[in-house]
Ligand binder design. Structure first.
Ligand code: PHE
Length: 433
């Protein structure tokens, strides 16, 4: 337990921290590969529509819950009504399952930083990737190192740890991303890459793609597992929630699109299929990078910016479960961080081994790694978001009036929260499954 509830030291720190949480592996790895698999431009349009129409409300809702109850996800739902405590725990379970595959990716990133920085670039990335990811110790140790690097910040606290990390890493990330995007736009595959991203092919349409786009929209904005409740609980009293939510959505989308602009021209320059899937950023892309001029420089920049985005998201993932453990079990932040890190370390082993010893172990036709990715983004996040909207809309008395007043936005928010967003999400979830 913390004696006094910590607060972000400024509004801008709050915004940077939420952007740090949102912008991550979801933008740089998941978004391009999912877009590649789902037909490019058509997916982008669906994704943008879902973000604009249906993510503002749940995002504002989580921030409002955080600001109102000034506590972690479990305690917040417990305070709304004792009956909902289990749901708070479901959010925490989700936020513990995500790092089990997320931090494995973090470990791979560390590996790639190393090979580009030391100029030990392999000539065949397909062999290289399957070589190291199928081992027993290397992927486990790498994800453990990534976990430890992440855990340092929640361990040190909101201001000295989380806020500082974000304030330093996010600006460097932004500069590196711009440098990489400009570099990519000078390559010969630019035209084709941009056409793939922005020229829709309507023959590719299918309904499960909508669920995938929804899952991605929730995942990338860190909605549906209490992360934004937790970060919202540290906001200053006079923070404008709607403006903050729009700022966050704007920057997160900008980064995702810039990541596409950076990746697809490189991919098309060498005529690789954009549908390479989860390994797009770890096999196809580095393979191309290695053939380009200044490979060690741009390869290092790419994987370092990827690392910064991943660690700042990882911090918010950990902080969400850490703050719940702290309050629920009345333990110190340091103890809560250590316990959570141990749980995640143990549960991420099966995902880290999913490319090697456990590669034939399938759940619903997916490896453990792919199953965790699918089950959290496409099922748990939409499900949790539906419940968050329903609970906040129907069980917190005049939440919209208190926060937004009797304005047009307030009325719309109320209707969206109680009816439209839950109904649409239920429909998309059922149709997608
Ligand atoms: N939004 C992060 C990303 O895009 C992932 C994340 C999920 C962060 C859940 C916090 C909570 O990579």
């Amino acid at each position: 337990m913390e004696k006094e509830k910590p607060q972000w030291s400024s509004h801008i720190s709050f915004i940077i921290a939420t952007i740090g949480s949102a912008v991550g592996v979801g933008n740089i790895w998941r978004f391009p590969y999912i877009m590649g698999e789902n037909g490019g431009a058509l997916f982008l349009i669906t994704y943008l529509a879902l973000i604009v129409l249906f993510s503002v409300v749940p995002l504002c809702c989580e921030l409002v819950i955080g600001k109102t109850y000034r506590t972690d996800a479990v305690s917040a739902f417990e305070q709304i009504n004792k009956k909902f405590k289990w749901f708070g725990w479901l959010c925490v379970l989700t936020v513990i399952l995500i790092p089990c595959f997320y931090f494995v990716v973090g470990g791979w990133i560390l590996n790639y930083i190393w090979i580009f920085l030391t100029n030990n670039i392999p000539n065949n990335f397909t062999n290289y990737f399957s070589g190291f990811s199928s081992q027993v110790f290397v992927p486990c140790i790498l994800s453990l190192i990534f976990l430890l690097m992440t855990a340092v910040f929640p361990y040190r606290g909101v201001n000295k740890g989380i806020e500082k990390a974000n304030n330093i890493m996010m600006p460097i990330f932004a500069v590196m991303l711009i440098v990489m995007a400009i570099y990519a736009l000078t390559l010969p595959g630019t035209k084709e890459g941009l056409a793939f991203m922005f020229k829709p092919d309507f023959s590719e349409f299918d309904t499960s793609m909508i669920l995938t786009a929804l899952g991605q929209a929730l995942f990338t904005l860190s909605i549906g597992m209490g992360a934004m409740i937790t970060y919202g609980s540290y906001m200053k009293e006079n923070t404008n929630i709607v403006k903050s939510a729009y700022t966050l959505i704007f920057f997160d989308t900008l980064v995702a699109i810039t990541a596409g602009i950076m990746i697809f021209p490189i991919v098309f320059t060498f005529g690789v299929k954009p549908t390479a899937g989860a390994t797009l950023v770890f096999i196809s892309l580095p393979e191309m990078l290695a053939k380009l001029p200044f490979a060690p420089v741009f390869g290092s920049i790419f994987f370092i910016l990827f690392f910064f985005s991943a660690i700042t998201s990882g911090i918010s993932i950990l902080e969400t479960s850490v703050s719940s453990f702290m309050n629920q079990f009345k333990i110190t932040r340091q103890k809560a961080t250590i316990i959570n890190a141990i749980i995640i370390a143990i549960f991420s082993i099966p995902a880290a081994l999913a490319f090697g010893p456990l590669k034939d172990f399938k759940i619903l036709d997916r490896t453990i790694f792919a199953f965790l990715d699918y089950a959290t983004s496409n099922i748990l996040l939409p499900f949790n978001t539906i419940l968050i909207c329903l609970i906040a809309g129907w069980c917190i008395k005049s939440l919209w009036k208190t926060n937004f007043g009797e304005t047009f936005f307030g009325y719309m928010f109320n209707i969206m929260l109680k009816f439209i967003v839950p109904l649409v999400l239920i429909f998309v979830l059922l149709a997608g499954i």
